[in-house]
Design a protein around this ligand. Structure first.
Ligand code: ATP
Ligand code: MG
Length: 552
């Protein structure tokens, strides 16, 4: 499903740049740091960067921003590529690694040193903090600031050669310790770090800082528009400063910031996600309650619905929280025209039909897609003398606003006749064991336009297929979790229905199939073990007011 992508402020800026001849084509990049799994916030960035390049007939580079050897891992490199591919984007030969530019980044640092724009500093981290000043007070110049270029160069080469301990020295830009922008108060460019890198191994003992590496990587690749999230707005002067002091040829990349995605009832921070995984609060990075792409895929969410969601929420310049309903609506809108409707009972209670001959089976042909019966064909349903209905479609003492089955009341069975409850058989604890009902093809109570009997779903008892249904709910109880996980997690975020029963035709569904269980939601057959029941994940509930507000 695709919808026209609306215009946004980034497109207006790009249009301006093209009109003014500041660039001839549009080159963007998606620059993940391989230190975790991608989440739906990244999907927004992917859709934006690949989408923008596509809209203008340009291209989008895929670059791993792998400048921090300590937190990164090839496991993440692999999962990130798999996720971007799954989301529906390709990068052909345009796969890059910032680590491929280490030599070039080193050379650029040498140029900055030679031009007097960088120096080797020996302040301890504490002193660096003290010298930096605050938002209201200017910083102080480092005592090492006025070293000669020759001296700086010598020290920098020695840093590379491993002559100093980690943290003893670092290379920093020489900008302005009194700048109102803290990022411009002589930020670090290179630091010593004896750590093995997942790609360059032990070759390097010094690693470039993100802000320094990012703008040069963009420039090397000919990126025209470097789109990032709002927290980098204050880093933009540094981005431009580095390229300017290197006298990088025009056109230089232009950094544009947009608001990161915050989705209600979940968290996007990789650090927090890692904590949830490490503390076993969820079942791994692909636990279907997480906002990671691996989790959404395992839950059964389609890549099309994520793209639709990203297009619909658009891009803004101000941070905001997006309601979860936006994602759920996109998922429904995508699945609605695509999937079969079948019947399943999550929490069965048996109905015994009065006087139904023991072996009688009434076969009913019912369309898989009732709105357009031709679209997906029909399957057979078996009406028998013993069926299962949903436990919460019956109330012994019906509440005032409950209109479904109750003693003496009649409801319609989807695709079949009417049942009227004669008797409820209870166990000693008062739980319903079985319902005895009268069956008729036509309603026994005259139909009025206003009060049609409700329709409930059912499956035949003997012929139905057992399965395990997993019902997922929000991971956090509050819409804007703080990240202090204790007490914030929803204890009911996963409810298992081990007694779920499917209509017989569903036995043929292959693993990976998505269907709608009528009245219950869209489900994904995650796996179908050889000797055991299939496992269905609820992808999303139905908007249908019937199912809403009630837990099943
Ligand atoms: P985190 O803060 O969770 O660690 P990050 O921003 O450090 O995430 P990166 O791997 O650096 O993660 O992100 C790659 C790209 O995805 C960046 O361009 C970043 O701006 C973008 N991105 C990350 N999170 C979001 C989000 N919630 N919404 C939109 N874009 C995002
Ligand atoms: Mg980052």
């Amino acid at each position: 499903m695709s919808e026209e992508r609306p215009n946004n402020f980034i497109k207006s800026l790009v249009d301006e740049d093209l009109a003014r001849g500041r660039c001839m084509e549009v080159v963007t990049r998606f620059p993940p740091e391989p230190n975790g799994y991608l989440h739906i916030g990244h999907a927004k960035s992917i859709c934006l960067n690949f989408g923008l390049a596509g809209d203008y007939g340009g291209h989008c580079n895929f670059r791993f921003d792998d400048t921090n050897p300590v937190k990164e891992d090839t496991e993440y490199v692999d999962s990130i590529q798999a996720d971007v591919r799954w989301l529906g984007f390709s990068w052909d030969e345009r796969l890059f690694y910032a680590s491929d530019y280490f030599e070039k980044l080193f050379d650029c640092a040498v140029v900055l040193i030679e031009r007097g724009f960088a120096y080797v500093c020996e302040l301890s981290p504490e002193d660096v903090r003290l010298y930096r000043g605050t938002l209201t007070e200017p910083g102080k110049n480092s005592p090492y600031r006025d070293r000669t270029a020759a001296e700086n160069l010598d020290l920098f080469l020695k840093m590379r050669a491993g002559e100093f301990k980690d943290g003893d020295k670092f290379l920093r830009a020489k900008i302005d310790m009194a700048s109102p922008n803290l990022n411009m108060r002589d930020p670090a460019l290179f630091r010593i770090r004896r750590a093995s890198h997942h790609r360059t191994g032990d070759k390097w003992l010094i690693y470039p800082m993100y802000d320094y590496a990012h703008c040069i990587s963009d420039a090397i690749e000919g990126v025209t528009h470097s789109i990032c999230t709002l927290e980098f707005e204050d880093h933009r002067p540094l981005y431009d400063w580095v390229l300017e002091k290197l006298a990088w040829p025009e056109p230089r990349p232009r950094q544009i910031e947009f608001a990161r995605l915050n989705l209600e009832y979940t968290l996007m921070s990789k650090r927090k996600l890692l904590q949830l995984v490490k503390e076993n609060l969820v079942d791994g990075w692909d636990d279907p309650r997480l906002p990671t792409l691996a989790a959404l895929r395992r839950r059964g969410v389609t890549p099309e619905s994520i793209r639709l969601f990203c297009d619909r929420i658009g891009v803004a310049k101000k941070d905001s929280w997006i309601e979860l309903e936006w994602l759920e609506k996109a998922v429904r809108d995508d699945l609605n025209p695509k999937v079969k409707r079948i019947m399943a009972v999550l929490d069965p209670v048996k109905v015994v039909v009065d006087g139904w001959p023991p072996d009688k089976v009434k076969t009913i042909s019912a369309p898989y897609f009732p709105d357009e019966p031709e679209k997906m064909g029909c399957r057979d349903l078996q009406m028998t003398g013993e069926i299962y209905i949903e436990r919460d479609d019956f109330q012994l003492n019906p509440e005032p606003d409950f209109y479904r089955l109750a003693p003496g009341r009649e409801v319609r069975l989807r695709w079949s006749g009417y049942i009227k409850c004669r008797e409820a058989v209870l166990d000693p604890g008062g739980r319903v064991l079985e319902l005895r009902c009268a069956y008729s093809e036509e309603p026994t109570v005259p139909l009025s336009k206003k009060k049609r009997p409700p329709i409930i779903h059912w499956v035949p008892a003997r012929q139905s297929v057992p399965c395990l249904a997993r019902l997922y709910d929000r991971l956090f109880t509050g819409p804007r979790p703080t990240g202090d996980l204790t007490g914030e997690l929803n204890p009911d975020s996963l409810i298992e229905r081990p007694d779920c029963r499917l209509e017989p035709a569903a036995a043929a569904l292959p693993a990976g199939e998505r269907v709608q269980f009528e009245r219950l939601g869209y489900f994904y057959l995650e796996s179908k073990p050889e000797n055991g029941p299939g496992i269905f994940n609820r992808i999303v509930t139905l908007k249908d007011s019937w199912a809403r507000g009630r837990k099943r």
